[in-house]
Design a protein around this ligand. Structure first.
Ligand SMILES: NC(=O)c1ccc[n+]([C@@H]2O[C@H](COP(=O)([O-])OP(=O)(O)OC[C@H]3O[C@@H](n4cnc5c(N)ncnc54)[C@H](OP(=O)(O)O)[C@@H]3O)[C@@H](O)[C@H]2O)c1
Length: 240
């Protein structure tokens, strides 16, 4: 499916940067949004004709609508909207930091709603388009390690499902992506096997024409099918 115009929110590093690179290289005009302008500038240099950059903090909820209008105008249209911004602060086992938790909710939840609502309303009117949201396998269960990150992704999964159901008759695809570990800044502190951001972006873009929820690997789909069904008292003992 050919994408002519796209917006990627959270485009300065990791999966988002790869999404922008791959979209631009297949001929899409893409608006790349994030806070770190120096990283966005470096990305733009790679494909200046096709990459437009916008400095924005998704917790600045007031300015989102004006920026959305500006970007769709600059692009000349919109076929694909990706909400990829996310943070996962390191949380110590006995830490209950409201500051970290609030920051996580602001970016992963409120920012997602602010931006995806704008895309949904536009696509409802144009009766076309795709919205992709980056969830996580972490959102499938309430793990002890990072309660609010897990919950923020569970929120995103349910919110995206609801958007999908709302927009089902309007020709709009809503895609939820549930990555497992991907090798990015977010996971630098974790020593485990990780998928490359390049591979993750390839798989995400391959889901554009579909409507539904997708793990990045078939193995994760099978594993989390089981994990979601493990009774809570047993899950607690597994410490995963
Ligand atoms: N890596 C993994 O293993 C993994 C697994 C499951 C799900 N995910 C999800 O995948 C998405 C991408 O993560 P990643 O692994 O690629 O991490 P990353 O390299 O840290 O990228 C995160 C992106 O979010 C942006 N962002 C963070 N706070 C923002 C804010 N206040 N305003 C605007 N943009 C903001 C960052 O841009 P600036 O800092 O420049 O603003 C950056 O572009 C996230 O939603 C994450 O939860 C990742």
């Amino acid at each position: 499916m050919k994408t002519r115009f796209a917006i990627v929110i959270g485009a300065s590093s990791g999966i988002g940067r790869e999404l922008v690179r791959q979209l631009a290289s297949e001929g899409t005009k893409v608006a790349a949004v994030a806070r770190r302008t120096e990283l966005l500038d470096a990305l733009k240099v790679e494909n200046p004709d096709r990459i437009l950059t916008y400095s924005h903090d998704v917790t600045d909820f007031e300015s989102a609508e004006k920026l959305f209008m500006q970007m769709t105008h600059d692009l000349g249209g919109l076929d694909l909207f990706i909400y990829n911004s996310g943070i996962m602060p390191v949380v110590e086992p006995n830490e209950y930091s409201f500051e970290k938790d609030q920051a996580t909710v602001d970016v992963n939840v409120t920012g997602a709603v602010r931006w995806c609502n704008l895309a949904a309303e536009r696509f409802l009117n144009t009766k076309s388009g795709t919205i992709i949201g980056l969830g996580s396998v972490a959102g499938d269960r309430g793990r002890s390690g990072s309660p609010v990150y897990n919950s923020s992704k569970a929120f995103l999964h349910t919110y995206m499902e609801a958007l999908r159901n709302r927009l089902a008759t309007s020709g709009v695809n809503v895609v939820t992506i549930k990555p497992g570990p991907v090798d990015t800044e977010m996971t630098q502190h974790l020593s485990m096997s990780k998928m490359s951001a390049t591979k993750a972006a390839e798989i995400i873009l391959s889901k554009r024409g579909k409507n539904g929820e997708f793990y990045l690997s078939p193995l994760h789909r099978a594993i989390f099918y089981v994990i979601k069904r493990v009774p809570s008292p047993i899950f607690r003992k597994l410490k995963i």
